[in-house]
Design a protein around this ligand. Structure first.
Ligand code: BDR
Ligand code: CA
Length: 305
């Protein structure tokens, strides 16, 4: 079993990624760290706790960054895509557990990396603020992280929140720049591949009718998310499985093919958040360039439904 920490801004597709990880015996989800992003960080923590409880998973949630490295608090959250509460306006029971008290996600990440050197996979599916802060606090962790699988960026395709930038990178471009240039072993799962992984509405109908409470609730959340996708991309007929694909890559890297690239993040002007990739065989960032979307979506569905 591969030990992973999932860094999230929960979010409907983050919730799906949590469920996919919990249902995958190849992975051992040792902790969930939270960041602002789709919603404020306190809401991301509450949603993560509530989703884990619905799934019956006993995994600690550790709260992290409330704002960007240098730009202050995010000016606008993604409630139009993920709902007012971040999880498609589905009301989950108030979580019984609370976030790990008196510990910040950054310190938790550093502690866990030292606990199992060279073994820990970090799957980061929100802004990269927590990871950048951990690297800034203790650069000695960099070679001790097995890999950081990141949902973020748009290297050879347009962005989704601007014509150039993808949401997680635009949310904190300076943090992303620190992580990509750190020398850490990074796998970048960007819009280049995630926009090909469409979950059709028909599948969600089945989930909503499921006797399993967790599946039915995930179905309701995803129904809202698909509605948002249909408004943003008329005729698309589904939603992109952005964050679940990062978990898919952690389970089975052959879902994708990659190319090593040096990645620069634009931090000024209208292209802020753009990820520019220059192929280089010695680069530490592997950019996902193709995906077997049929095999991945099928695998995801088998694990969730
Ligand atoms: C990413 O942005 C967020 O809205 C999603 O949860 C995903 O992590 C997609 O661009
Ligand atoms: Ca996310």
């Amino acid at each position: 079993m591969k030990p992973i920490i999932l860094d999230v801004d929960t979010g409907v597709d983050d919730a799906l990624a949590i469920a996919y990880a919990v249902h995958s015996p190849e992975l051992s989800l040792i902790g969930v760290t939270t960041c602002f992003g789709n919603i404020p960080v306190a809401d991301a923590s509450r949603n993560s706790l509530a989703v884990l409880e619905v799934l019956g998973a006993d995994v600690p949630v550790i709260q992290g960054a409330a704002e960007t490295l240098v730009r202050g608090e995010k000016s606008r959250y993604s409630r139009h895509v993920h709902g007012e509460n971040g999880i498609g306006n589905v009301e989950l029971a108030q979580p019984i557990k609370s976030i790990l008290p008196e510990m910040h996600a950054v310190d938790y990440l550093i502690e866990q990396i030292y606990k199992i050197p060279h073994e820990l996979t970090i799957v980061a599916v929100g802004p990269l603020t927590n990871i950048a802060l951990a690297i800034q606090k203790d650069a000695n962790i960099i070679p001790l992280i097995k890999e950081i699988i990141i949902m973020g960026g748009a290297v050879n395709v347009p962005g989704n929140v601007t014509p150039y930038g993808e949401a997680n990178i635009v949310a904190d471009p300076e943090a992303a720049a620190i992580v990509f240039s750190s020398g850490a072993n990074v796998i970048l799962v960007g819009l280049d591949v995630t926009l090909q992984t469409l979950l059709p509405r028909a599948e969600i109908k089945e989930w909503q009718q499921s006797n399993e409470q967790a599946t039915a609730l995930l179905g309701k959340m995803t129904d809202f998310y698909i509605g948002a996708y249909e408004q943003l991309y008329p005729g698309i007929g589904g939603c992109a499985l952005h964050d679940p694909l990062a978990i898919g890559v952690a389970i089975n890297s052959s879902f994708v093919t990659t190319e090593r690239m040096d990645i620069t993040v634009v931090t000024e002007g209208e292209k802020t958040g753009q990820t520019i990739g220059v192929p280089s065989p010695s680069a530490t960032v592997q950019v996902c360039v193709t995906v077997d979307h049929v095999a991945f979506v099928q695998h995801f569905l088998e694990r969730i439904s």
